[in-house]
Design a protein around this ligand. Structure first.
Ligand code: PLP
Length: 387
């Protein structure tokens, strides 16, 4: 049967996160700190708004770009981050942030075009770039730089084929947040080398310690070369609704709309109605944020109090990225042993690229009770390893 399949399909591989979850399924007493999605259900008012909208007819296709009403809401939301876009021509509603990312990559990459991606990075970037015919080029980031891309490392990775630089702040898996200063120096580099920038801002509502999200698209000279991707999945606990968007220069967005017309027609209509309500009312955002902030302190203090584990302070998203180097085990072995011995799942850092070796990604999108129990188990496990 393989002979009947396209090479690009045969090249597809299961990501490291899914592979690890398949192993974890065997354990009944599992605490899963590997999941990259909110543990909250979608806030009730959003569900009610979608139900009402469906009863009133939101069950049909919308425009390929998405309903203009929600595109206007998105434009208002982005204005809050000083990004000015025209809802008529510069926004497309998509099937999740992933839909936006894949449409973008399929529309801008020629075979062999290179895309700079920080390492460690969210797994799907690499797979999506490859599927679109591009070449992902890892740019290492280090804990000493708070896991933020440095210009020197970017310059070193540049070639005549470099077309796109991907930025993800707040970051999955490290929780890193890029300051305005970081973004300014990266923007200068992007302008100097005429790069397109894909700014993945799906965790824009998850910043802590009073920090405020800055979009690289808001900086001078960047709007014309940046596509911002965002999503309703994380901010509003709406992963299953599959709703996201891209905002950027009209010529790029226009092509993405044409491609969407041919791939999936449009983002789900009830989800767009739900998303419009969510944006307008910011339903649940503040309440969920306060809970995440409390959990972040709990997990950070807990992990840092365990001998051998060291965890830097992440400023955003809902992940911590503790170093387990001192145990002298590859992160895959550490994570597998931890699963076997104490039934706690965390994703080995190496699943996010070579730069993640020596770390684990621990999600705190979990109840306080589970986090506390997981910390006790991890403490026991670290004791077993004898550090
Ligand atoms: N970007 C990052 C960094 C993510 O972590 C995720 C989901 O985990 C996404 C994009 C896409 O999310 P969705 O397609 O659910 O909007």
């Amino acid at each position: 049967m393989d002979k009947k399949l396209a090479q690009r399909a045969l090249n597809l591989r299961q990501g490291g996160i899914r592979a690890f979850f398949d192993k974890a399924k065997a354990y009944s007493n599992l605490i899963n700190l590997g999941i990259g999605e909110p543990d909250f259900d979608t806030p009730r008012p959003i569900i009610d708004a979608a139900t009402q909208a469906m009863l009133e007819g939101a069950t049909h296709y919308t425009a390929n770009a998405g309903d203009l009403y929600i595109r206007r809401q998105v434009a208002d939301f982005l204005r809050g981050y000083h990004v000015e876009v025209d809802p008529e021509t510069e926004i497309i509603m998509t099937c999740g942030g992933m839909g936006a990312l894949s449409l973008f990559l399929l529309c801008v990459l020629e075979a062999g075009d290179e895309v700079l991606i920080c390492d460690p990075q969210w797994l799907n970037y690499r797979a999506q770039v490859l599927f679109a015919g591009g070449t992902p080029v890892p740019v290492p980031v280090y804990e000493a730089d708070d896991f933020v891309l440095q210009n020197q490392a970017i310059e070193k990775a540049l070639t005549s084929r470099t077309k796109v630089l991907m930025i993800n702040s707040p970051n999955n898996p490290t929780g890193a947040v890029y300051s305005e200063q970081d973004l300014r120096r990266i923007a200068d580099l992007a302008i100097r080398h005429d790069l397109l920038v894909l700014s993945d801002e799906v965790y824009s509502e998850f910043l802590y310690d009073g920090m405020k999200h800055v979009s690289i698209a808001s900086l001078e000279g960047m709007r014309e070369r940046t596509v911002v991707v965002n999503s309703f999945s994380k901010a509003f606990a709406m992963t299953g609704w599959r709703l996201g968007y891209a905002a950027g220069p009209a010529p790029i967005i226009r092509r993405m709309i044409l491609l969407q017309e041919n791939l999936v027609a449009c983002a789900p209509s009830p989800s767009q109605a739900a998303g419009a309500f969510a944006l307008e009312h910011r339903s649940g955002v503040e309440a969920m944020h306060a809970i995440y902030e409390k959990r972040r302190s709990l997990i950070l203090e807990g992990l840092n109090s365990i001998d051998g584990i060291h965890c830097a302070l992440p400023r955003g998203a809902f992940y911590v990225f503790p170093s387990i180097r001192s145990f002298g085990l590859p992160s895959q072995d550490f994570a597998e042993k931890m699963l076997e011995e104490v039934q706690v799942a965390a994703i080995p850092g190496s699943a996010f690229g070579a730069g993640g070796e020596g770390y684990l990604r621990v999600s705190y999108a979990n109840s306080e009770e589970n986090l506390q129990e997981a910390l006790e188990r991890i403490r026991r496990f670290a004791g077993l390893l004898g550090n």
